[in-house]
Design a protein around this ligand. Structure first.
Ligand code: NI
Length: 177
């Protein structure tokens, strides 16, 4: 379909609480086109995931995974390609783990963010089929990061120790920005 412009931090549209996908939209050409544009945009930027608000679409849709080994996250385990609409996240336990995150809306930077280590998430795919998964580690981190976008939250707001926030090429010289 098309590679869309990715909104950058500072754009007020990234701070909105996105609208639920209405039932009439599932299995429509409109949502298929949105998912296709999100996938093209994510792949073009080597993202691990992307949320609809990042391309200016005010809907609770995120996609992630399916890119095989990602040059921006070379040590991360692979995640199956997932389209997740109207997600609900339920943390399993209180344990949080700190890990480095980047964001296509915050180019060139990385920060260390505490996230729940284990969670269950549920939602619908683009056809309106409900599913749920129990995940941990990097998969759980990506889900939390992408779903935060739907509530207008960017990862720098989650960085607790600002000494652990900086430029990717300085922090990790071997990693693609
Ligand atoms: Ni992001």
């Amino acid at each position: 379909m098309a590679v869309r412009e990715i909104l950058k931090m500072g754009d007020a549209r990234l701070l909105r609480v996105a609208q639920p996908v209405p039932s009439s939209l599932f299995a429509s050409g409109e949502i298929e086109a949105l998912v296709a544009d999100m996938l093209d945009t994510m792949k073009a930027a080597s993202g691990a995931g992307i949320a609809a608000p990042q391309i200016g679409v005010d809907l609770r849709v995120v996609i992630f995974g399916g890119t095989g080994k990602n040059p921006r996250y070379p040590d991360a385990p692979e995640i199956p390609f997932t389209v997740l609409c109207n997600p609900v996240i339920e943390p399993l336990g209180d344990e949080k783990t700190s890990g480095w995150e980047g964001c296509l809306s915050v180019p060139g930077l990385r920060g260390e963010v505490p996230r729940f280590e284990r969670l269950r998430y549920s939602g619908l795919d683009q056809t309106g089929t409900r599913f749920e998964r129990t995940v941990d580690g990097f998969h759980a981190r990506v889900v939390q990061h992408e779903c935060d976008h739907l509530d207008g939250i960017l990862y720098p707001q989650r960085v607790e120790d600002l000494t652990q926030f900086g430029f990717t090429d300085v922090l990790f010289p071997a990693v693609a920005v």
